[in-house]
Design a protein around this ligand. Sequence first.
Ligand code: PRP
Ligand code: MG
Ligand code: MN
Length: 178
Amino acid sequence: TTRAYVIDEMISAKSIAARVEALAKEIGKEFEGTEQLVVVGLLRGSFVFIADLARELKLPVEVDFLEVSSYGNAMETSREVRILKDLRAAIEGRDVLVVEDIVDTGHTLSHVVNLLASRNPRKLKTIALLDKPSRRETEIRADWTGFEIPDEFVVGYGIDYAQRDRNLPHIGKVRFSE
Ligand code: PRP
Ligand code: MG
Ligand code: MN
């Protein structure tokens, strides 16, 4: 059961598309000459962003997915990542780009970077469509960010509220009706 809410558009589908195109160009420069870039989407929120970003990349690319448990408790001190779905690819010595929809406290991305770095990739970079710097509880910052946003509850373009609204083509801000 979720409270009644409406969604106000925050970032249009057109603005997202323009930003994704620009980000893909920067990534293309960073990974120029790569044998094959492993583009890793974090399930589930990144599925829309990775689909659009991967199609803008003019590089040899393979797409892979990783799902890790999220920590509800910010006081969790364990540096262990519980893997719900691991990569298919072995990334040792390879070029890897981790694709995230949003960095909030930073725990998810920070755990994933530690996990993947321990597998000794040649180069490991991160990109997040959205960043809420005001909510950060860790040092992590994505190498590329689409948009910095204020501390608002957002949905769409892969991001859910109680598993809903991932299929919205834009980023919307949740406003509770009462
Ligand atoms: C959301 C979002 C990021 C993470 C960001 O995922 O997609 O992965 O939280 O939060 P953090 O910076 O505080 O760790 P969620 O765990 O809701 O899973 P989902 O992607 O399947 O929605
Ligand atoms: Mg997620
Ligand atoms: Mn979620």
